[in-house]
Design a protein around this ligand. Sequence first.
Ligand SMILES: [Zn+2]
Length: 302
Amino acid sequence: MTVAAGFDLGGTQLKYGLVDEKGTILLKDKVDTPKGIQDLIALFGRVYRELRAKSPRPVAAVGFGIPGTYDLRRKRILQSPNYPALDGYDLDPALAREIDVPFQVDNDANMAAYGEWVAGAGRGVESLVLLTIGTGIGGGLILGGSLWRGRCGYGGEIGHIIVRPDGERCACGLQGCLETEASAPAIVRKYQALAGRPEEVTAEEVYRRAKAGEEAARGAFAQAGYYLGIGLGIVINLLNPAKILLGGGVMTTGEFLLEPAVAEARNRSYRQSFACVAVERAALGNDAGLIGAAAWARANRD
Ligand SMILES: [Zn+2]
């Protein structure tokens, strides 16, 4: 048995752990992240050495799931809206000074999709789409039994499929992306518009109000679910996947988002294709990214 380490970098926290060959977590923890790039690299090194010291067996490989678009040819993050310090930074040489075993870097949603595929709700299927719906919307694809990264590494950006051509401007620069219509901040904006007041609330609070029967809160989820369904319909027609897994913080809000999304996906995809896809909740929660990063690094170590 070998052990691999997985890192999942978020906007404010780094989740990390040791993962065995079956995708089981041996230990995990999380730490707040510094904003500066040098401090972040030093943190990676410190956590790696800590994991190495605690590991029951030698750490064979280390995987990093990083928010943003990772260019496979230039081996660097080109755009990281949630971690701007990474933009354009030459990550690999810096990591090589800290990590003394083979390591891999990839997009965090790709790593989460890989994690669900090796150890979660997507185990054993040959095609899988993962959407993580939270502050943003991440996407990852398993096609033909392997992770689909695209030619340059930008594949699977389902959050930036256009679902509303006249919609709001997205942080990515496009207009009317799925992310601007169905992420947690989008649900809050829709709620504020429907309620007719600019009250500062979280998506969780909107969910509580929806459960309590508030019309504007239910309407916000219905609208977000409608656009999510348009996105799912596009994905279903394009790929005819075996499974679509929905994960991320917003999915804890349950049927208020899922039901209208599935209904709209049915309206907007080929009947035959819709009939053969299973739309399910992702299984690994916040652990998907670090499990996937560890498994990916192990599978691809030199
Ligand atoms: Zn976008």
